[in-house]
Ligand binder design. Structure first.
Ligand code: HEM
Length: 451
């Protein structure tokens, strides 16, 4: 039988057949390509997309564990030889309260540097001294699951990630592949992890998983669990060096209350809707990051732990007062401008005098990642402190800080306790003028955000 018999005779039928053949060819090509080793390697690196998505149609609070092709992690140089990353996330010009999230390569989830042991000492001391006021896992309550399974999953995820990312610092032993619930790439579960600079080995199945987590990294973190009402609840976490807020005040709260209870400026108008939507839809293969900053006064005469923690990393006592007071005295700097806050006497005039040498930048790097098994969203917060007197030596930075502080709207300025340190504006202007006089070209030295 001649093939021509089956070919369409009219011109429009010929076009139709041509289109069908083109679609089939593209489909066959893509199928072959997706089976090639290169495509497999790429998918391992770039992580899968649609199969991992759980669309917003799923019932609230219900998460089906997801299969996740873990990305390849590129090893970093020895982290103990790395200086803290100089995040300078202040911009020239107008200030906007927005989510400001950027996508984050999976490699960069956790940042470790030469300050690791300094952080570890402060974090461990605070856990020992303050117990569940800084580290806690809540049981299930009406409409919200417990944080326990997510804390376990997080510990295994971190151990898998950390020893690959920082092989000079962490090493692991494993169970056989018969016990492989959390092992990446089908390997047996990690049994122990050793942290070289601490000379300590932790057994993953023993004790509070979050306590081990706290000793593995420099980040504080919050485990957020979706409730049946669709909101995300702070069900477990370790907050040892947030400086200005306490886990004990926020644990168990949904995302909205965490922010509104602290008076985060413009939360309702600028953040709530986008954050609610973002958390609900977040995929396991799309981690994100954001940066934030504030300035901190550190007064040696009022620092309760000058030897352990000279820069008040753990708790900003010079600004907030005694950590154990219910309404932190630190509001002392706000009472002039915010009459809604309780009046707290500040009869020590010496406390109002602030020298540039007492000011520190508190630069924050935060990350968000959803865990595949429990669906919990992990929010990490890493703090980088730099003395102002060092910062002003960086080209273009004093001018940029002054511009940023001046751009804060009134509500942001009150929230960030600007009146505690606004005297430094003159000093910043002087440093900027000096840099200009020495030939600084602001355009030339400006780096992309957040540096
Ligand atoms: C997309 C995610 C998030 C965004 C965009 C966001 C945004 C913000 C902003 C703009 C502030 C005010 C900071 C400032 O102006 O200096 C803030 C404060 C804060 N955020 Fe978030 N946040 C996010 C997620 C979370 C999560 C998951 C937690 C969980 C614990 C959290 C806990 C806090 C706390 C405790 C404060 C301080 C509140 C206070 O002063 O009492 N945030 N956040």
């Amino acid at each position: 039988m001649a093939i021509a018999q089956f070919l369409p005779s009219s011109r429009s039928d010929q076009y139709l057949l041509g289109a069908i053949l083109a679609i089939v060819a593209v489909f066959v090509y893509k199928t072959i390509l997706s089976r090639s080793p290169r495509a497999k390697a790429e998918s391992a690196n770039s992580v899968p997309s649609s199969p991992t998505e759980q669309k917003s149609e799923r019932p609230s609070g219900a998460w089906v564990p997801q299969q996740y092709d873990y990305p390849t992690i590129t090893p970093s140089p020895d982290p103990l030889s790395l200086k803290p990353i100089p995040y300078r996330p202040f911009r020239w010009g107008a200030f906007h309260v927005v989510m400001d999230l950027r996508s984050m390569p999976s490699d960069e989830w956790i940042e470790i540097d030469s300050q690791f042991t300094h952080f570890a000492k402060i974090r461990e001391t605070r856990m020992d001294a303050r117990g569940d006021r800084v580290i806690r896992t809540l049981p299930a309550s009406a409409g919200v699951g417990s944080g326990t399974s997510a804390a376990v999953e997080l510990l295994y995820e971190l151990a898998e990630y950390l020893h690959r990312r920082y092989p000079t610092m962490y090493s692991v032993t494993r169970h056989s592949t018969e016990k492989s619930t959390y092992g990446w790439y089908g390997e047996g579960d990690i049994e122990t992890i050793t942290v070289a600079p601490l000379n300590r080995t932790f057994t993953l199945g023993e004790g509070d998983p979050l306590r081990i987590v706290t000793m593995l990294i420099q980040e504080d973190l919050a485990i957020m669990i979706e409730g049946e009402d669709g909101r995300y609840y702070f069900q477990a976490g370790t907050v040892c060096n947030a400086g200005t807020w306490r886990l004990e005040d926020k644990i168990g709260m949904p995302l909205e209350d965490i922010h509104t209870s602290g008076g985060v400026p413009r939360y309702k108008s600028n953040l709530e809707i986008s954050m609610t939507r973002y958390f609900r839809r977040m995929n396991i293969d799309k981690p994100t990051t954001r940066n934030n900053y504030s300035f901190q006064v550190v007064r040696p005469s009022t620092n309760p732990f000058p030897d352990l923690d000279p820069s008040e990393l753990g708790w900003a006592a010079s600004m907030k007062g005694d950590e154990d007071l219910i309404e932190h005295e630190g509001r002392r700097w706000l009472t002039d401008t915010d009459s809604s806050l309780p009046e707290i006497s500040n009869d020590n005039a010496e406390l109002t005098e602030v020298e540039p040498s007492m000011i520190w930048l508190r630069s924050e790097r935060e990350t968000l990642r959803r865990l595949p098994r429990t669906g919990a969203i992990i929010f990490t917060i890493r703090v980088y402190q730099t003395p102002l007197v060092e910062l002003v030596k960086e080209p273009g930075v004093p001018g940029r800080i002054a511009s940023a502080i001046r751009s804060w709207p009134e509500d942001v300025a009150i929230y960030r306790a600007k009146n505690a340190f606004e005297g430094i504006l003159d000093y910043l202007d002087e440093c900027h003028a000096k840099q200009i006089a020495e030939g600084l070209n602001v355009e030339e030295v400006s780096k992309p955000f957040p540096y």
